[in-house]
Design a protein around this ligand. Structure first.
Ligand SMILES: Nc1ncnc2c1ncn2[C@@H]1O[C@H](COP(=O)(O)OP(=O)(O)OP(=O)(O)O)[C@@H](O)[C@H]1O
Ligand SMILES: Nc1ccn([C@@H]2O[C@H](COP(=O)(O)O)[C@@H](O)[C@H]2O)c(=O)n1
Length: 220
Protein backbone atom coordinates (compact mmCIF):
# COMPACT_ATOMS: atom_id res chain seq x y z
CA UNK A 1 0.00 0.00 0.00
CA UNK A 2 1.10 3.56 -0.74
CA UNK A 3 -0.16 6.53 1.32
CA UNK A 4 0.06 10.00 -0.23
CA UNK A 5 -0.81 13.31 1.46
CA UNK A 6 -0.41 16.92 0.45
CA UNK A 7 -2.06 20.33 0.11
CA UNK A 8 -4.77 21.28 -2.40
CA UNK A 9 -3.68 21.16 -6.02
CA UNK A 10 -0.39 19.39 -5.32
CA UNK A 11 -1.35 16.63 -7.77
CA UNK A 12 -2.37 13.97 -5.22
CA UNK A 13 -5.32 12.54 -7.11
CA UNK A 14 -4.04 12.82 -10.70
CA UNK A 15 -0.54 11.56 -9.85
CA UNK A 16 -1.78 8.78 -7.51
CA UNK A 17 -4.26 7.60 -10.13
CA UNK A 18 -1.58 7.36 -12.80
CA UNK A 19 0.85 5.64 -10.42
CA UNK A 20 -1.85 3.08 -9.57
CA UNK A 21 -2.66 2.57 -13.25
CA UNK A 22 1.00 1.91 -14.12
CA UNK A 23 1.43 -0.53 -11.22
CA UNK A 24 -1.88 -2.31 -11.86
CA UNK A 25 -3.05 -1.32 -8.36
CA UNK A 26 -6.23 0.20 -6.98
CA UNK A 27 -6.60 3.91 -6.20
CA UNK A 28 -8.60 5.57 -3.43
CA UNK A 29 -9.38 9.30 -3.42
CA UNK A 30 -10.39 9.97 0.21
CA UNK A 31 -11.24 13.64 -0.39
CA UNK A 32 -14.15 12.43 -2.54
CA UNK A 33 -15.88 11.08 0.59
CA UNK A 34 -15.66 14.42 2.44
CA UNK A 35 -16.90 16.16 -0.70
CA UNK A 36 -19.76 13.67 -1.12
CA UNK A 37 -20.81 14.14 2.51
CA UNK A 38 -20.77 17.92 2.03
CA UNK A 39 -22.91 17.42 -1.09
CA UNK A 40 -25.31 15.10 0.82
CA UNK A 41 -25.65 17.55 3.74
CA UNK A 42 -26.30 20.47 1.38
CA UNK A 43 -28.78 18.41 -0.68
CA UNK A 44 -30.55 17.50 2.57
CA UNK A 45 -30.97 21.19 3.38
CA UNK A 46 -28.55 21.05 6.30
CA UNK A 47 -26.43 24.01 7.47
CA UNK A 48 -22.92 22.65 6.84
CA UNK A 49 -21.50 25.07 9.43
CA UNK A 50 -23.54 23.35 12.14
CA UNK A 51 -21.62 20.24 13.28
CA UNK A 52 -24.57 18.52 14.99
CA UNK A 53 -26.70 18.85 11.85
CA UNK A 54 -23.93 17.42 9.67
CA UNK A 55 -23.42 14.54 12.09
CA UNK A 56 -27.15 13.80 11.91
CA UNK A 57 -26.68 13.22 8.14
CA UNK A 58 -24.19 10.39 8.65
CA UNK A 59 -26.91 7.73 9.16
CA UNK A 60 -28.40 8.45 5.75
CA UNK A 61 -25.02 8.84 4.02
CA UNK A 62 -25.00 5.83 1.68
CA UNK A 63 -21.56 6.27 0.09
CA UNK A 64 -19.84 4.24 -2.62
CA UNK A 65 -16.66 4.78 -4.64
CA UNK A 66 -14.73 2.56 -7.02
CA UNK A 67 -10.98 1.93 -6.86
CA UNK A 68 -10.25 1.37 -10.55
CA UNK A 69 -7.74 4.06 -11.58
CA UNK A 70 -8.98 3.82 -15.17
CA UNK A 71 -12.33 5.27 -14.07
CA UNK A 72 -14.44 5.27 -10.96
CA UNK A 73 -17.82 6.66 -9.99
CA UNK A 74 -18.71 8.35 -6.71
CA UNK A 75 -22.27 7.65 -5.54
CA UNK A 76 -24.51 8.79 -2.73
CA UNK A 77 -27.45 6.38 -2.71
CA UNK A 78 -28.50 6.07 -6.36
CA UNK A 79 -27.11 9.49 -7.35
CA UNK A 80 -23.87 9.70 -9.33
CA UNK A 81 -22.10 12.72 -7.76
CA UNK A 82 -18.73 12.21 -9.48
CA UNK A 83 -18.90 15.57 -11.25
CA UNK A 84 -21.04 17.50 -8.76
CA UNK A 85 -18.57 17.11 -5.89
CA UNK A 86 -15.84 18.90 -7.91
CA UNK A 87 -17.87 22.11 -8.17
CA UNK A 88 -16.31 25.17 -6.46
CA UNK A 89 -19.48 25.40 -4.32
CA UNK A 90 -18.62 22.05 -2.70
CA UNK A 91 -14.91 22.99 -2.38
CA UNK A 92 -16.07 26.06 -0.46
CA UNK A 93 -18.02 24.08 2.19
CA UNK A 94 -16.09 20.81 2.44
CA UNK A 95 -13.55 21.96 5.06
CA UNK A 96 -16.33 22.77 7.55
CA UNK A 97 -17.62 19.23 7.18
CA UNK A 98 -14.15 17.63 7.34
CA UNK A 99 -13.22 19.32 10.64
CA UNK A 100 -15.97 17.51 12.58
CA UNK A 101 -14.41 14.68 14.66
CA UNK A 102 -17.42 12.32 14.30
CA UNK A 103 -17.25 12.74 10.52
CA UNK A 104 -13.54 11.89 10.46
CA UNK A 105 -14.00 8.83 12.66
CA UNK A 106 -16.84 7.58 10.47
CA UNK A 107 -15.03 8.14 7.15
CA UNK A 108 -11.74 6.66 8.36
CA UNK A 109 -13.64 3.41 9.02
CA UNK A 110 -15.08 3.59 5.51
CA UNK A 111 -11.58 4.08 4.03
CA UNK A 112 -10.09 1.20 5.97
CA UNK A 113 -12.91 -1.11 4.82
CA UNK A 114 -12.34 -0.13 1.18
CA UNK A 115 -8.57 -0.65 1.55
CA UNK A 116 -9.10 -4.08 3.14
CA UNK A 117 -11.47 -5.13 0.35
CA UNK A 118 -9.06 -4.18 -2.47
CA UNK A 119 -8.42 -7.22 -4.68
CA UNK A 120 -5.56 -5.83 -6.79
CA UNK A 121 -1.94 -6.36 -5.64
CA UNK A 122 -1.88 -3.00 -3.84
CA UNK A 123 -3.67 0.32 -3.46
CA UNK A 124 -2.59 3.96 -3.61
CA UNK A 125 -4.59 6.03 -1.11
CA UNK A 126 -4.40 9.83 -1.14
CA UNK A 127 -5.68 12.60 1.09
CA UNK A 128 -4.51 14.76 3.99
CA UNK A 129 -4.08 12.33 6.91
CA UNK A 130 -3.36 9.03 5.19
CA UNK A 131 0.35 8.92 6.13
CA UNK A 132 -0.35 9.92 9.73
CA UNK A 133 -3.82 8.71 10.79
CA UNK A 134 -5.55 6.45 8.26
CA UNK A 135 -2.55 4.25 7.42
CA UNK A 136 0.48 5.28 9.49
CA UNK A 137 1.92 1.77 9.02
CA UNK A 138 1.76 1.85 5.20
CA UNK A 139 5.01 0.49 3.70
CA UNK A 140 5.36 3.60 1.52
CA UNK A 141 4.32 7.07 2.75
CA UNK A 142 4.78 10.18 0.63
CA UNK A 143 4.10 13.89 1.09
CA UNK A 144 3.46 15.33 -2.38
CA UNK A 145 4.07 19.07 -2.39
CA UNK A 146 4.48 21.94 -4.85
CA UNK A 147 4.85 25.68 -4.35
CA UNK A 148 1.62 27.60 -3.83
CA UNK A 149 2.28 29.43 -7.09
CA UNK A 150 2.55 26.16 -9.06
CA UNK A 151 -0.55 24.72 -7.40
CA UNK A 152 -2.66 27.80 -8.11
CA UNK A 153 -1.46 27.87 -11.74
CA UNK A 154 -2.33 24.18 -12.22
CA UNK A 155 -5.77 24.51 -10.61
CA UNK A 156 -6.48 27.69 -12.62
CA UNK A 157 -5.69 25.85 -15.85
CA UNK A 158 -8.48 23.39 -14.97
CA UNK A 159 -11.09 25.94 -13.92
CA UNK A 160 -12.02 27.76 -17.11
CA UNK A 161 -14.03 30.93 -16.44
CA UNK A 162 -12.64 31.50 -12.93
CA UNK A 163 -10.03 34.20 -12.30
CA UNK A 164 -6.58 33.15 -11.10
CA UNK A 165 -6.93 35.42 -8.06
CA UNK A 166 -10.27 33.88 -7.03
CA UNK A 167 -8.92 30.35 -7.54
CA UNK A 168 -5.80 31.23 -5.53
CA UNK A 169 -7.87 32.74 -2.74
CA UNK A 170 -10.10 29.64 -2.54
CA UNK A 171 -7.12 27.27 -2.52
CA UNK A 172 -5.36 29.24 0.23
CA UNK A 173 -8.54 29.46 2.33
CA UNK A 174 -9.12 25.68 2.07
CA UNK A 175 -5.49 24.84 2.97
CA UNK A 176 -5.65 27.20 5.95
CA UNK A 177 -8.87 25.61 7.26
CA UNK A 178 -7.72 22.04 6.58
CA UNK A 179 -4.29 22.51 8.15
CA UNK A 180 -5.96 23.36 11.48
CA UNK A 181 -7.23 19.77 11.55
CA UNK A 182 -4.28 17.78 10.17
CA UNK A 183 -0.69 18.68 9.29
CA UNK A 184 -0.17 17.93 5.59
CA UNK A 185 2.43 20.64 5.01
CA UNK A 186 5.25 18.92 6.90
CA UNK A 187 6.37 15.35 6.40
CA UNK A 188 5.93 13.20 9.51
CA UNK A 189 8.80 10.95 10.54
CA UNK A 190 9.43 8.27 7.93
CA UNK A 191 7.46 10.10 5.23
CA UNK A 192 9.30 10.90 1.97
CA UNK A 193 8.69 14.33 0.41
CA UNK A 194 8.25 14.61 -3.37
CA UNK A 195 8.28 18.26 -4.44
CA UNK A 196 6.78 18.60 -7.93
CA UNK A 197 7.27 22.36 -8.32
CA UNK A 198 9.96 21.92 -10.97
CA UNK A 199 8.63 18.63 -12.37
CA UNK A 200 6.07 18.06 -15.08
CA UNK A 201 3.26 15.55 -14.56
CA UNK A 202 5.14 12.57 -16.00
CA UNK A 203 8.29 13.35 -14.03
CA UNK A 204 6.22 13.54 -10.85
CA UNK A 205 4.66 10.13 -11.53
CA UNK A 206 8.15 8.73 -12.15
CA UNK A 207 9.44 10.29 -8.92
CA UNK A 208 6.66 8.66 -6.89
CA UNK A 209 7.23 5.28 -8.56
CA UNK A 210 10.96 5.61 -7.80
CA UNK A 211 10.16 6.05 -4.09
CA UNK A 212 7.95 2.94 -4.22
CA UNK A 213 10.61 0.87 -6.06
CA UNK A 214 13.28 2.03 -3.63
CA UNK A 215 11.17 1.01 -0.67
CA UNK A 216 10.40 -2.38 -2.25
CA UNK A 217 14.12 -2.95 -2.93
CA UNK A 218 15.01 -2.18 0.69
CA UNK A 219 12.23 -4.46 1.94
CA UNK A 220 14.01 -7.25 0.10
N1 LIG B 1 3.80 17.86 -11.79
C1 LIG B 1 2.77 18.41 -12.40
N2 LIG B 1 2.97 19.27 -13.40
C2 LIG B 1 1.94 19.87 -14.01
N3 LIG B 1 0.63 19.68 -13.69
C3 LIG B 1 0.38 18.84 -12.70
C4 LIG B 1 1.41 18.16 -12.01
N4 LIG B 1 0.84 17.40 -11.04
C5 LIG B 1 -0.49 17.59 -11.15
N5 LIG B 1 -0.77 18.44 -12.16
C6 LIG B 1 -2.09 18.96 -12.54
O1 LIG B 1 -2.48 19.83 -11.47
C7 LIG B 1 -3.89 19.80 -11.32
C8 LIG B 1 -4.24 19.53 -9.87
O2 LIG B 1 -3.93 18.18 -9.59
P1 LIG B 1 -4.87 17.27 -8.67
O3 LIG B 1 -6.30 17.56 -8.89
O4 LIG B 1 -4.40 15.88 -8.84
O5 LIG B 1 -4.43 17.83 -7.24
P2 LIG B 1 -4.94 17.41 -5.81
O6 LIG B 1 -3.75 17.49 -4.92
O7 LIG B 1 -5.65 16.11 -5.85
O8 LIG B 1 -5.93 18.60 -5.49
P3 LIG B 1 -7.16 18.71 -4.45
O9 LIG B 1 -6.63 18.32 -3.12
O10 LIG B 1 -7.54 20.14 -4.51
O11 LIG B 1 -8.23 17.78 -4.95
C9 LIG B 1 -4.40 18.76 -12.33
O12 LIG B 1 -4.84 19.44 -13.48
C10 LIG B 1 -3.18 17.91 -12.62
O13 LIG B 1 -3.23 17.33 -13.91
N1 LIG C 1 -7.79 12.59 3.98
C1 LIG C 1 -8.53 13.69 3.75
C2 LIG C 1 -8.94 14.03 2.48
C3 LIG C 1 -9.69 15.16 2.31
N2 LIG C 1 -10.05 15.91 3.37
C4 LIG C 1 -10.96 17.04 3.25
O1 LIG C 1 -11.69 16.93 2.03
C5 LIG C 1 -11.49 18.07 1.22
C6 LIG C 1 -11.49 17.70 -0.23
O2 LIG C 1 -10.32 16.93 -0.51
P1 LIG C 1 -9.67 16.92 -1.97
O3 LIG C 1 -8.42 16.11 -1.82
O4 LIG C 1 -10.67 16.33 -2.88
O5 LIG C 1 -9.40 18.34 -2.33
C7 LIG C 1 -10.21 18.73 1.74
O6 LIG C 1 -10.21 20.13 1.48
C8 LIG C 1 -10.31 18.41 3.23
O7 LIG C 1 -11.18 19.32 3.85
C9 LIG C 1 -9.61 15.56 4.62
O8 LIG C 1 -9.91 16.27 5.61
N3 LIG C 1 -8.84 14.46 4.80
Amino acid sequence: MVAIDGPAGSGKSSVSKEVARRLGWGFLDTGAAYRALAWHAAASGVDTEDAASVVSCLDSFDYAIGTDPAGYAVRVGSVDVTEAIREPGISAIVSAVARIPEVRTHLIEVFRAIMAAEERAGIVVEGRDITTVVAPDAPVRILLTASEEARVARRSAELVGHSVSTTGEQLRRRDLADSKVVDFMNAAEGVTTVDSTELDFDQTVEAVIAVIRDSQAHAG
